[in-house]
Ligand binder design. Structure first.
Ligand SMILES: *Cc1c(COP(=O)(O)O)cnc(C)c1O
Length: 359
């Protein structure tokens, strides 16, 4: 069976070495030594001075809204993402306002942001979909003009660099997910990277019940992560470059076998991709379903990611249409891509895919 992804696991002995340290020092959570060591390493890797390790990528988004004092109002966001982008806004009692996407890399269409701004708009929450950057310069310009905060859901961006800077260094806060299915993982986990030290300190308090030193300074939550998760993160850290390199090789093989066959996101200039996903866009939904049928028959399971377009979720009351997002989400899929996927498996997937296209 070939799934869309398969979590990377480090050599077991390497993980066990870290776990032995937990048995020696009896420190299980609450910013223990392994969490601190991991935070230090990730700070350096991501060139992020204001970095907070948290329990997952969804709560990272909720903390970001909180830390920027956004507790009500409208948040401009994209309908083409994983549901967590939208639910984090709703969970924080704000209203998601969907702006349609562009069709090159499927990010929020910056030319449509300003018409969605009202006197209730507080922030823009954009997503670097599949790890490809949004138009960060234009978004910053719009946000400055209208005095809005910018949060990037950079869940897919670990290791991706735009203009030689980590993609996580843009916006007031960028968040990442270290979930087991992401490029780099700590089983469950995530982080917030803040532009401002003050916001970062607020995030640090918020993630730990609102504590700062001995004082409770705000109504926080528990978004800490444990020593066991940090142990996985530290074990995987060593392999980041090999993980990305292997994904690159596999992606380039897909590229060469599928050239001209399916639509692909267009990579911008000055961008170092992390090969987080291998999305392909089919001619129409019927073709996608046909390809899925044929692949599933061989126990190959690509994934409809992202589907449905989030403006059509059942709990969204204001069903504003987003034609590009609705169209792309019906015909996009991610093909299997993970460490350990064999080149002959990629070739096999491409062969079946090509045979099942609608002529
Ligand atoms: C995975 C993901 C999240 C949520 O991250 P978790 O760590 O699973 O909570 C948020 N946004 C996007 C775009 C994601 O892909």
């Amino acid at each position: 069976m070939i799934n869309v992804t398969r979590s990377f696991l480090p050599p077991k002995e390497e993980y066990e070495k870290y776990i032995s340290r937990i048995w020696e020092n009896h420190y299980l959570t609450n910013q223990g030594p392994l969490v601190q060591e991991l935070e230090q390493k990730l700070k350096e890797y991501l060139q992020a001075e204001n970095f907070q390790f948290v329990s997952n990528g969804t709560i990272a988004l909720q903390l970001a809204l909180n830390a920027l004092d956004i507790t009500e109002g409208e948040i401009i966001t994209t309908p083409f993402s994983f549901a967590a982008t939208t639910t984090s806004i709703i969970w924080e009692r704000c209203k998601p306002i969907f702006v349609d996407i562009e069709t090159e890399r499927f990010g929020i269409d910056v030319s449509k942001i300003e018409e969605a701004i009202t006197d209730k708009t507080k922030a823009i929450m954009a997503v670097h979909v599949y790890g490809y950057p949004c138009d960060v310069e234009k978004i910053e310009e719009i946000a400055n003009r209208h005095n809005l905060k910018v949060i990037y859901d950079a869940a897919h961006c670990f290791g991706a660099k735009y203009k030689n800077k980590s993609l996580l260094s843009y916006g007031d806060v960028s968040t990442c997910s270290f979930h087991a299915t992401k490029v780099y993982h700590t089983v469950e986990g995530g982080c917030c990277v803040a532009k401002d030290k003050v916001v970062s300190d607020k995030l640090e308090s918020l993630r730990s019940f609102g504590f700062q030193g001995e004082n409770y300074i705000c109504a926080g939550i528990n978004a800490k992560n444990s020593e066991f998760h940090a142990a996985m993160g530290l074990s995987n850290y060593k392999y980041i470059d090999t993980i990305i390199e292997e994904r690159k090789t596999l992606s380039e093989l897909y590229d060469s076998l599928l050239e001209g066959v399916v639509q692909r996101p267009v990579s911008p200039e000055n961008f170092d991709y992390n090969y987080a996903y291998y999305p392909v866009v089919f001619k129409n939904e019927e073709e996608l379903l046909n390809v899925f049928d044929e692949l599933n028959r061989e126990e190959i399971y690509p994934r409809r990611y992202f589907y449905p377009s989030l403006n059509n979720l059942p709990y969204i009351d204001d069903h504003k249409s987003c034609p590009n997002s609705e169209d792309i989400s019906k015909r996009v899929a991610c093909l299997p891509l993970y460490n350990g996927l064999k080149t002959k498996e990629v070739a096999h997937i491409c062969e079946i895919l090509k045979k099942s296209l609608i002529k």
